[in-house]
Design a protein around this ligand. Sequence first.
Ligand code: ZN
Length: 282
Amino acid sequence: MVGWFVDAHAHASAVGLGYEDVVRRFRAAGGRLIVLVQLNPGSYGLSESLEGVARSLEAHVSLCNRVKREYGGVLCLGGLHPATVDKLLRASGNPVETYRRLESEYVGRLESLLREGLIDGLGEFGRPHFPTMPESWAANELLLLRALEVARDANAVVHVHSENAGLLTLESLRVFVERAGVSRERVLVHHAPPSHAHLYAEEGFYVSVVGKSRAVGELGSECSNVLVESDYLDDPRRPGAVMYPWDIEREVSRAVEDGLLTSKCAERVLRENPSVYYGITA
Ligand SMILES: [Zn+2]
């Protein structure tokens, strides 16, 4: 199987290979579209503070738009990872004030970037996948709800980071999405366990799973609304984690060769589903 493919969710940093190298290698391997999602401030050499977060968004926007202009096939998503919210709230003497500033100033900036076309969607928002202090849990839920409202108004895609609690995560996401009035077709549950993918898909959400052969092999023939992602972190301390974006097609092909995934399914996760979700036209 040879053809173009999409990496539905990846990262590039200012301390690893960098935006230019990541996108150049991806495009050289036949990648058609890579969706670059903002990282935490440390990945841009910035402090984990309110100011650092604001500056990390500007750094991401500038680096991402540069590679988009230069190479094409790039989408830029801005957001606030639940772990970053957690760090900010822990470090703050006043979690309520920190949350309020994130909600008004930071999310306000994301709204204007969407309006100006400098970001193409939101991500990632959601709940931590690790135990943390109650304030952080609540603040992350409120920020997720706000992000879903912004996505609704801008008709933008939004990537959700979740704790992967299966049916309970799905049920709560349903409540959030209904409350925000955003279309489920705009919401992608990223880094979902392959065994949970069909739960979200059956309810009309999109979902992305890591593009390693063993993970996609677990999908079998259930590929509706499923995309694949590298979730590449571009972290020099963890080289190659989670996987390289340019290895996606090879890994998916291996799952097909091993009889774990149908070739129809491979076609859908690599090309058809992301084309619908991201609106790629031939
Ligand atoms: Zn990610």
